[in-house]
Write a protein that binds this ligand. Structure first.
Ligand SMILES: Cc1cc2nc3c(=O)[nH]c(=O)nc-3n(C[C@H](O)[C@H](O)[C@H](O)COP(=O)(O)OP(=O)(O)OC[C@H]3O[C@@H](n4cnc5c(N)ncnc54)[C@H](O)[C@@H]3O)c2cc1C
Length: 460
């Protein structure tokens, strides 16, 4: 399916003595007299896993960015249809259609969002390493949760996004020389390895549940769950439920977006934890399994909020000339998560009535405006990643936009076509070995039938 160049082999050893100094003894150790010395902290090796997951988040952002670069370039070259009204005399580039804007620009926004989330996760990991070198492991549970959640979030987003980028290129996206099938297959595997995503979401919720237990006991939760404690206090005062008061352009403000995402995450986290103890006849593990889909939603909402918050905090430290376009990207990301027909779990933004139908209409209008604003920058936003043609390895995603010329040139270079050219434009070997014998067999059969040599028995 993918990783064709990788040999996933294994090794078995029998009666082999490994010198003590060849053991990986970064944490636990075997002393010269054979005594086993435990690691200073039982979960110390988790930090390596956190690091690997952080690397996966970064690499899947770049893979998705590659797929989106190819699809965006090709969409400016590929002409199809006579315009949105079907009344033009000539065909238009497919980038003229709103659905293509929506899909590609929201994918571009996802690439940037994953990259900013990775930066925040990486910075947190580096803090953890510094603290652990002083034998301080208090941040390990948080970093473990963050890397698990972001790994699940980013790899799913990237795998689904690359597949949609492939679909944005129609049939050409299915051709190997587009470079897209390889990217898609590579990304799909990331949802499984280094922690299967559905299992990762449960690990995130285990952390959240501990925080909720602290909140319910009147203790301080971890810092990243302070918003859940605020919601809990507010809800205790106002049982009627809360409503979002934003309208129109308010939805472009990072604070408004963050408050919508925080409301949704805290509500889901509290509801999920309440559900776990709602039926005394269920054991904790039965309750966990029964309500697993709600737990997963809550975990995902917590990570969505982290992503939005970390991007927004990066805005203040980026070059002022870049801020407007980054602001548009984060708004597009946050708002399309609410109204996109293919968004994961969009229902959780509205199921408690926090957002009204009129507000959803405002959001749809804003998304259309954001698409118009971002459209002239679509190519620049993908060129900004500075992929070389060699690294994209895509005939339809070349920097110069010569998709069809490159496709033709690469096709001519295929060994099968080189050989055909050397034998007068026809692949004589293929004809002789495969097609001619088949036709001869068919011809012989036909002649036998005509000569009445083949009897067909009918069973009535
Ligand atoms: C390309 C690739 C490279 C890999 N490389 C390595 C490697 O180098 N080294 C290595 O050790 N491993 C490697 N793996 C293995 C990988 O880590 C496992 O495939 C992965 O952890 C999933 O485990 P599994 O295959 O046993 O799937 P399973 O655990 O059988 O999962 C199958 C399904 O069951 C569901 N499921 C399982 N448990 C639960 C649960 N508790 N709750 C809810 N749902 C559950 C999952 O969501 C999934 O949908 C690689 C895998 C791939 C695809």
């Amino acid at each position: 399916m993918s990783y064709n160049g990788t040999c996933n082999g294994y090794a078995l050893f029998n009666q082999v003595r490994i010198p003590r100094t060849h053991l990986l003894m970064g944490n636990a150790a075997v002393l010269r007299d054979g005594t086993y010395k435990k690691a200073p902290h039982s979960k110390l090796s988790y930090a390596t896993m956190v690091h690997v997951r952080t690397i996966i988040i970064q690499s899947c952002a770049w893979q998705l960015a590659k797929a989106v670069t190819i699809a965006t370039r090709y969409s400016h070259v590929r002409e199809q249809g006579l315009g949105p009204n079907g009344d033009l005399a000539h065909q238009l580039p497919i980038m003229s259609y709103k659905s293509q804007h929506f899909r590609l620009l929201s994918l571009i926004s996802k690439c940037y969002v994953i990259l900013f989330a990775w930066k925040a996760c990486d910075a947190s990991y580096r803090d953890l390493v510094r603290q652990q070198s002083n034998n301080n492991h208090v941040m390990l549970p948080y970093n473990h949760m963050l890397a698990a959640g972001l790994k699940a979030w980013a790899t799913s987003l990237a795998a689904d996004g690359a597949e949609d980028a492939r679909k944005c290129c129609g049939g050409q996206g299915y051709v190997n020389t587009s470079g897209l099938p390889d990217i898609v297959n590579t990304l799909v595997a990331t949802t499984t390895f280094e922690g299967e995503n559905w299992v990762m979401w449960q690990q995130v919720f285990r952390y959240l549940l501990k925080g909720v237990t602290s909140i319910k006991a009147g203790e301080s939760p971890p810092k990243d769950m302070a918003y859940v404690a605020d919601h809990h206090r507010l809800h205790a005062r106002n049982q009627q439920g809360q409503r979002c008061t934003a309208y129109g352009d308010d939805f472009l403000q990072p604070e408004t977006l963050i408050s919508i995402y925080a409301h949704r995450a805290s509500r889901l986290i509290m509801e999920a934890s309440d559900l776990l103890s709602s039926n005394p006849n269920l054991s904790p593990s039965e309750a966990w399994n029964t309500h697993m889909m709600v737990l997963v939603s809550a975990a995902r909402a917590h990570i969505d909020l982290f992503v939005l918050t970390s991007f927004s905090s990066h805005l203040s430290i980026t070059d002022t000339s870049l801020r407007p376009v980054l602001q548009q990207l984060i708004s597009l990301f946050a708002l399309t998560n609410i109204i996109s027909p293919s968004a994961t779990d969009a229902i959780s933004f509205i199921e408690d009535g926090y957002l009204s139908s009129a507000q959803l209409r405002d959001i749809r209008e804003l998304v259309n405006k954001l698409l118009e604003q971002l459209l002239p920058n679509a190519i620049a936003l993908t060129d900004a990643w500075a992929f070389t043609d060699a690294s994209l390895c895509s005939a339809i995603g070349q920097f110069d936009g010569n998709a069809y010329e490159t496709l033709m040139s690469w096709t001519r270079q295929l060994p099968i076509n080189i050989e055909a050219r050397q034998t007068g434009g026809v692949l004589v070997r293929g004809w002789k070995e495969s097609i001619e014998p088949m036709l001869r067999r068919a011809d012989g059969l036909k002649r036998k039938r005509e000569g009445g040599e083949v009897r067909v028995k009918l069973k009535l």
